[in-house]
Design a protein around this ligand. Structure first.
Ligand code: DGY
Length: 366
């Protein structure tokens, strides 16, 4: 009876202790999973030596991180960088791909079947052999949206630089031979113009938002289907032919796919207005560059601004660079400190989620 009484009066304390223990476990188990104690045996390869430290830390908190000692771009990337990746990738569960260089079957073969996720630190993923990743049952993630504002700013910059003839004007300043006179170096107005966006995705929408202070008369866009966001942006869905025929400014903001490859060609350039300014912030291969050269040279269209070309870098003696009505940038769309950091962190968090059984933040539909 005494024992029974003793147990009975300790009962509330036991319940409290049990509850504390239970809550403790509830907190501790996910922590173990997310602070990496249980995932440290997984290896993640970072493909380039210029990955931001904040993103590296996200990966290091969870996994064993291997990082290439080389830049995964240009000559270094395709020689030393490639060899290093092939050496480091066997046994890795995820690959952070920082590069515009292609991922190859050789890399995937060297990795082994435990490679589950490729996380490209870019919005575009045409260089990531998506069909092959799908065939191998791997997942692919990219970094859309975080870069839309930065790329849209470059698109606006290209619209202004091409329409106000920055290439030839800068050349005049450098040569010290300014064309003077009331009707010299005249450009085209954005005011009261029609701006056509090929692909009203995140970047296309950000371009429209940024141009809203320029008194543009009409925004039109083409694509597979109408976008729900278009209404708030006062953008009108039209066929691609209507867009080409009616726009004073045309911005290509679509990914490179089999369908969009060379979509700007002799025929489509032929549909543009003589005052049209064409801007490309997507991928170089959207454009048949010989046809663009002819259209600019013959003044069939007014000017063009490109952030992307084929190849990259464009050789300095490339015929496109002889054109006074072309303004070219070296693919800097997403190149701001904040944007590159956010892209890198998103890529890292995709891997954390993917390897700890949580939903991917920005999966590519394969
Ligand atoms: C991308 O992320 O696809 C951009 O082109 C990189 O600047």
């Amino acid at each position: 009876m005494l024992i029974y009484k003793k147990v009975l009066c300790r009962f509330p304390a036991m319940i409290t202790r049990f509850t504390q223990l239970y809550i403790g476990l509830l907190v501790a188990i996910p922590c173990l999973a997310t602070n990496g104690t249980m995932t440290k045996n997984l290896k993640v390869l970072v493909s380039s030596n210029d990955y931001p430290p904040t993103a590296l830390k996200i990966l290091e908190d969870h996994f064993t991180v291997l990082q290439s000692r080389y830049l995964n771009f240009g000559q270094e990337g395709s020689t030393l960088g490639r060899e290093e990746i092939l050496k480091l990738i066997p046994g890795c569960s995820a690959l952070v791909w920082i590069s515009n260089l292609p991922i190859t079957n050789e890399i995937l073969d060297a990795a082994g079947t435990q490679l589950k996720i490729v996380s490209t630190v870019s919005a575009g993923y045409n260089h990531c052999i998506p069909e092959e990743l799908r065939a191998r049952g791997m997942q692919l993630t990219n970094t859309p949206n975080v870069l839309s504002p930065a790329v849209a700013e470059v698109a606006v910059g290209l619209i202004l630089s091409a329409s106000r003839r920055f290439t030839e004007n800068l050349d005049q300043v450098r040569r010290g031979e300014w064309e003077i006179g009331f009707d010299k170096v005249l450009g085209q107005d954005l005011r009261d113009s029609t701006v056509g966006i090929i692909g009203l995705g995140g970047i296309g929408q950000a371009v429209v938002k940024r141009l809203s202070g320029f008194d543009v008369a009409r925004f039109i866009y083409s694509g597979h289907r109408e976008k729900p966001e278009a209404k708030a942006l006062r953008a009108e869905f039209v066929s691609q032919d209507t867009l080409l025929e009616q726009s004073d400014f045309i911005v290509a903001a679509v990914p490179l796919t089999n369908e969009t490859k060379l979509m700007i060609n002799k025929e489509t350039l032929g549909k543009m207005k003589p005052n049209a300014v064409f801007v490309n912030v997507g991928r170089g291969d959207l454009v048949d560059q010989d046809a663009l050269y002819d259209a600019l040279k013959n003044k069939q269209i007014y000017a063009a601004g490109l952030d992307v070309t084929t190849p990259e870098p464009l050789p300095k003696d490339h015929k496109l660079l002889t054109l006074p009505n072309l303004f070219v940038l070296p693919h800097i769309g997403s190149a701001t400190v904040r944007t590159r950091r956010e892209m890198a962190e998103l890529a890292a968090n995709n891997i954390v989620n993917g390897l700890t059984g949580k939903p991917l933040l920005s999966p590519v539909k394969l």
